[in-house]
Design a protein around this ligand. Structure first.
Ligand SMILES: [Zn+2]
Ligand SMILES: [Zn+2]
Length: 54
């Protein structure tokens, strides 16, 4: 359930024009699209992505 939320937020980030980041602490990391590695990603955006949305 939690990984679905992460992926959904990740896709929402794309909708806001965010690109992928290599930061493992960021939800927009490329790994978030892979079920096997999504558990390693955080469920929040880093400040960098957050500022991009605003
Ligand atoms: Zn993506
Ligand atoms: Zn980020």
């Amino acid at each position: 359930m939690e990984r679905i939320i992460k992926i959904t937020l990740h896709e929402i980030g794309h909708n806001y024009g965010l690109d992928h980041f290599t930061d493992k602490n960021c939800l927009m990391t490329d790994a978030a699209e892979r079920i096997s590695t999504v558990d390693n990603t955080k469920n929040h955006l880093c400040s960098k992505c957050y500022n991009s949305i605003e």
